[in-house]
Each structure stands twice: as structure tokens, then as C-alpha cells.
Design a protein around this ligand. Sequence first.
Ligand SMILES: Nc1ncnc2c1ncn2[C@@H]1O[C@H](COP(=O)(O)OP(=O)(O)OP(=O)(O)O)[C@@H](O)[C@H]1O
Length: 279
Amino acid sequence: MIEFRDIAKQYPDGTTAVERFSLTLPARKTTVFVGSSGSGKTTLLRMINRMVDPTDGVVEIDGEDVQGRDPVALRRGIGYIMQSGGLLPHVSVAGNIATVLHLTGTSKKAARARAEELLDVVGLDRALADRYPSQLSGGQQQRVGVARGLAADPNILLMDEPFGAVDPIVRAELQQEIIRLQREFHKTIVFVTHDIDEAFLLGDQVVILEKHARVAQVGSPSEIIENPASDFVARFIGAERGRRALHLKDTPHGTVVVDGQGRTQGRLHEPQEQGASSA
Ligand SMILES: Nc1ncnc2c1ncn2[C@@H]1O[C@H](COP(=O)(O)OP(=O)(O)OP(=O)(O)O)[C@@H](O)[C@H]1O
């Protein structure tokens, strides 16, 4: 469990990134910070592994203040996956995945074996192990980034707009991959995006942020869609338009659900009455 308590952050140039922020992020669930550019998402994320220290307040992991932890040791135990993949260009794929393992004294042979195993985990061919990042597609690089984040088997994975730089089809594949990995490994994931659809797809807990990391709403995707807390949230989630502006249409073949653009999205099934049994 990660807890932000009365966090504030002012950068040395006087910019207020976070005014006052408190939230509990449950263990083994995915929490998504979503908001427009500059709302403070990355600042909050980086406080978890002390890439940024708050000017006020406390961040705790399992009840322990991260301020008391050595930043380098702390970071080794937390996977960090960022938009560009952040891969070292002159190091092979296997070497990139095993970076943390080399730092923690794992033998070369064991690190190589683990890197190959992780290529399987993220759905990449082991034959890619000896390539350099520039010899991979953007989507493959992102998968290597995910593998590297998983290398030390951390309990916590921080993901900062990890799929922002890839095309929509690859992005959809990578999102499904995260859902699959999460089903298998149950990490505590903190995911930053400005894409509300991505937030609703991946988040168990979604945190919609306004300027200065003010919380506009926090809840499950269903809670937010069913009951937006303000006009800001309704606008932000696009409640009035697109895929979320659903309505019913009666047709000669039954009632269907139609989206804001008039496209039929599915068929309406009446919930079965209590006690009704199906033959
Ligand atoms: N090192 C820094 N020095 C000064 N101001 C900073 C620094 N890093 C971020 N900021 C400012 O703090 C605010 C929050 O930035 P942050 O990067 O956390 O937002 P974000 O929501 O992640 O934005 P984006 O989606 O564009 O990445 C912004 O106004 C930003 O300009």
C-alpha cells in the first residue's frame, strides 16, 4: 500500500506542482493518475521512488516513510517504465533488461537467463536479446521497457505515459499486455496518462487531477462514469459525447445500445429476474 499524506510540492523556481494531496493506493491494484498536461501527475509518481522529494507531507510504502530510505536502494526495488522506453542505446536488449540485476550482483549467466525469461513474459522473441534498441520497433522497445521494469520482480511498478509514443494499434496491444500481466502478477501499479479511455481500461482506482494535482474525483471507472462528481469531470470523461453517450434504440429485432455517433455498440440484455431459472 502506498500512502500520500498532505503532500505539497513547490519546485525551486517557485512553480507549485502539488498544492495539497492525500490518497491511499491499495496494494496489488492499478491506480491511474489522469489529467491534462501540467496537472502534476509525473511529480506525484516520482515522489514514490524519490526522484522528486515533496516540500511538505509524507509518502509511505507499507507504513514506512520513503524519506527514511536510501534513494538508490529504494529505486532498485521499484520498477520504473517511462514513455521513451528509456533504454540505453549502446546496450543490447538483454543487457538493458538486466541492468538492475547487474547492479545487485546477480551473476552474468543468471541475469541473461532472467532476461530471456522476461522476453517471454512480455511476448517478445528471445532472438531479439542481442539486438540494440534502435533495431526494434517502437512497440518492441516499450515491451523491453516493461521487461526491464519487471526484472528485479518489484512489488511496485511506476509507469509514466508508457504508451504515449506508439501508434493506436500497438498501444491497444500493449494495454492488453498490461492487463494480462496484472492478472498474473498482481503488482501495485501506478500509471500516469492523459488518456481517459486508457485510465478506465487499466485502472482499478482512477484519480482525475486538475491543476496543482487537485483531486477532481477518485473512484473505480464505474463509479466515475455512473456519477461524475462535477461538470469538470463530466467534460473530462466525455460523458456527453462519443462512446460514453450511449442510448437505447428499439428495433424490430429487439433493443440495442447506440453511441453518440449513432453506431450500434451492442444488444441490451434485460437482467434476469430474481429466482428465474434458465432451462
Ligand atoms: N523540475 C521542475 N522545475 C520546475 N517546474 C517543474 C519541474 N517539473 C515539473 N514542473 C512543473 O510542475 C507542474 C506539474 O508538472 P508535471 O510534470 O508533474 O505534470 P504532468 O501532469 O505530469 O504533465 P505532463 O502530462 O505534461 O507530463 C507543471 O507546471 C510543470 O511545468
